[in-house]
Write a protein that binds this ligand. Structure first.
Ligand SMILES: O=P(O)(O)OC[C@@H](O)[C@@H](O)c1c[nH]c2ccccc12
Length: 260
């Protein structure tokens, strides 16, 4: 079993347990449930922002523990002050040491789009994303059927959430693309074996229709790469480890942004 299969298997049992403990009705009681969301498109195309989607990630299956010594409020406020267009917070606990509570803590102190970074395999998680304060959900093409992508995206839209579809190759892109998506993210990391190449973004860019935001995800560690990705038509740049590996990730981002 590759890592992605393991994550999905674990996620299925996690979601089944969560569903038993908290009903949909309970989720809908959240104060966030009726709150208006921040538009991913608007913030990513705002001229006074960097296009960077800055990620809070303590640990990953590929790198192990990256940073377990920082507070989510401090890091996300630092990212925001450094010009992040959006924030990404891992909520998977078993593989990434994230918590749903991390996302809600980031929500309380930031007024820019907040992406729930998790492995969505069930409608319940989308309703839950809204209830914990997210603005954007991630749908990973590698683990979802076109039918699931369609129904999950429609549900997200009905809740006012933006949808980021993640693809890693042309086949995933072609089978998954549909009108309820807001952004297409090209993951430069192959989630099945962890190899990374920014080339993946350049190769797929021309196949992404104009109407969708283009995001390049993972393995970005150099401001020059962002300049080149912008030239290739990318609007957004998802960066995690390069900032999180530093003692003060917000400060690391502020330094990085000076060279853009
Ligand atoms: O830390 P990096 O290499 O900058 O990557 C960030 C982000 O793209 C990565 O965390 C990611 C991309 N797609 C995912 C899906 C699930 C979990 C994590 C991810």
């Amino acid at each position: 079993m590759n890592i992605l299969d393991k994550i999905v298997a674990h996620k299925k049992s996690e979601v089944a347990a969560a569903k038993k403990r908290f009903s949909y009705m309970f989720l809908e009681e959240s104060e966030y449930f009726t709150c208006p969301t921040h538009s991913f498109k608007e913030f990513l195309t705002a001229p006074d922002r960097t296009g960077i989607i800055a990620e809070f990630k303590r640990k990953s299956p590929s790198k192990g523990v990256i940073n377990d010594d920082v507070k989510v409020e401090d890091v996300t406020m630092g990212y925001n002050a450094a010009g992040a267009s959006a924030l990404s917070v891992l909520t998977d606990n078993h593989f990434f040491m994230g918590r749903k509570r991390d996302l809600t803590k980031a929500r309380l102190v930031n007024q820019i789009p907040l992406l729930r970074k998790d492995f969505m395999i069930d409608e319940y998680q989308i309703v839950e994303a809204k209830a914990i304060g997210a603005d954007v959900i991630l749908l990973i093409a590698a683990i979802l059927s076109p039918e699931q992508i369609r129904t999950f995206a429609a549900l997200a839209k009905s809740l006012g959430l933006s949808v980021l579809l993640e693809v890693h190759n042309l086949e995933e892109l072609e089978r998954s693309i549909e009108s309820n998506l807001d952004a297409i993210g090209v993951n430069n990391r192959n989630l099945a074996d962890f190899t990374v190449s920014v080339e993946t973004s350049y190769q797929l860019a021309k196949h992404i229709p104009e109407e969708f935001l283009k995001i390049s995800e993972s393995a970005i560690s150099n401001p020059q790469t962002i300049k080149e990705l912008k030239q290739a038509g990318f609007n957004g740049f998802l960066i995690g480890e390069n900032f999180m590996k530093e003692a003060d990730p917000g400060k690391a981002m502020a330094e990085f942004v000076k060279e853009l």
